[in-house]
Design a protein around this ligand. Structure first.
Ligand SMILES: [Fe+2]
Length: 459
């Protein structure tokens, strides 16, 4: 007790004044010490994690999974579920497993089983994947999860609506889904390893074991240091496109689709930065008919974030409009997907609008659909500045409030859901599947060399 007294304010009336100050200092010290410890502990999750597919390619696929105890991973795979006649085995025991299957055929379905030398842990009809297609004649279907990593009841509802819709709209001789994209903020609140397990890997396990997932990097993912340990990204052109040399931004080709994934969270977005230089080179080399870009921060939103407020998100949405969009639009990008704002907002066909919403020149930059009603159809001229559709898909687990009145948007709604995109021939079709089972938006984009060009001086 006498030792404790040495740390207390001296007796007298001043003690009662100084005690709260001492308590405050103590709290600050505890927080300063406790937070790094909490952050460090958040990097660890030592339980099992079911298989998930990474770094798809035309001739290869990576399988990742985790076991509670160290063991030597064994993967058997083959062209038929009852004939897994090829096998790869890890060199030694470990908890975190990563196996790259190589020598595969393009656009081919494989079946696999995961285990150890003593037996099988994961096997069955759902353990299957398809390699990327080299021919642009095959159709591609991908789903987009927006800010999904919050294990809410609505997250599960939206996921169930997606899987039920995919079952009802199965494509003959094609997998139900080719790719699973996210727009970032994959694990709330802070992207810890255990939050990734609860909010992402467990709820989406059935999809993740048969569809390669390509997650965008969100600001909540950046609060910890596990994102780039959990996922493998094709930095060296493994999935197509120009090699970027960075896991933060890269390309992927699947059939008619050229996908560019960008890091709007931690990469500088100013001219001369390597990501922008790479993007320019990659889009210039692209010969695929359809190009889609994904990043976390949206260039246009009036949702739970406001792209007209320069102080919102450290000005990133301004920088995207001013420095990134001119490159994307000159590179002929058809669809830009983002999240961050917990809404669904989808624009009309847009070109060359890089300012705030008040400065929108509707006549020069906006093209309305040719057909109104439940399906909005747009015709776009292929090539530079033919027009781009911008979608904010940020509500796959929860929807927040916002004014939802951005003038470039055709649809704005604060409803939980998932976007599904089909690309076939000269048509791209998007559907926003709400957690309530209704389709919130249907739009169609048709490549048409005869479509009228924009008259805004950007071409
Ligand atoms: Fe975010």
């Amino acid at each position: 007790m006498s030792r404790l007294h040495r740390f207390l304010p001296p007796p007298g009336p001043a003690r009662w004044f100084l005690l709260p100050v001492y308590a405050l200092v103590l709290l600050v010290v505890l927080y300063a010490v406790g937070r790094p410890v909490h952050v460090w502990l958040g990097n660890f999750y030592s339980g099992p994690r079911a298989p998930y597919l990474q770094m798809p390619a035309t001739t290869a696929m990576t399988l990742r999974w985790q076991t509670a105890q160290a063991e030597t991973g064994v993967v058997r795979y083959g062209l038929r579920p009852d004939r897994l006649d090829r096998q790869v085995r890890e060199a030694g025991p470990r908890e975190s497993h990563r196996m790259r299957l190589t020598g595969l055929q393009p656009d081919t379905r494989y079946y696999y089983a995961v285990g150890n030398p003593r037996g099988v842990r994961y096997a069955g009809a759902g353990y299957t994947f398809r390699t990327l297609a080299a021919s642009s004649r095959v159709p591609v279907r991908f789903a987009v999860l927006g800010d999904p990593g919050d294990p809410t009841p609505l997250q599960k509802k939206a996921r169930n609506v997606l899987t039920a819709w995919l079952a009802r709209h199965a494509r003959p001789d094609r997998p139900r889904l080719d790719l699973l994209l996210t727009t970032g903020d994959n694990a709330y609140r802070s992207g810890t390893n255990s939050q990734f397990q609860r909010g992402f890997f467990e709820p989406y396990a059935e999809l993740l074991r048969q569809v390669p997932v390509i997650p965008a990097y969100g600001n909540h993912d950046a609060r910890r240091h596990v994102f780039f340990k959990l996922f493998d990204f094709p930095a060296h052109g493994e999935s197509g496109g120009v090699p970027s040399g960075s896991e933060h931004y890269f390309a992927l080709d699947d059939g008619p689709l050229h996908l560019v994934v960008l890091d709007s969270t931690s990469e500088p977005l100013r001219p001369g930065h390597p990501m922008l230089d790479w993007l320019r080179r990659d889009l210039a080399a692209n010969t695929h008919p359809w190009t889609v870009a994904v990043m976390h921060h949206p260039p246009y939103t009036h949702g739970s974030h406001d792209s007209d407020r320069r102080r919102d998100s450290h000005g990133r949405m301004f920088e995207i409009r001013e420095h990134l969009l001119p490159i994307l639009e000159a590179g002929g990008v058809d669809l830009v997907l983002a999240g961050h704002s917990h809404m669904y907002e989808r624009s009309h066909l847009l070109d060359c609008h890089y300012g705030t919403s008040a400065r929108l020149d509707r006549k020069a930059s906006l093209r309305l659909p040719q057909t109104e009603g439940p399906l909005m159809t747009y015709r776009k001229r292929p090539g530079p500045h033919g027009g781009t559709i911008y979608a904010v898909v940020g509500a796959s687990a929860k929807a927040d409030r916002g004014p939802l009145d951005h003038p470039v948007m055709a649809v704005s709604e604060a409803r939980v859901g998932v976007l599904v995109v089909d690309i076939a021939g000269d048509t791209l079709t998007g559907r926003y599947l709400r957690a309530d089972g209704r389709v919130g938006d249907r739009f169609r984009l048709i490549r048409d060399p005869g479509a009228a060009p924009f008259d805004n001086g950007c071409q």
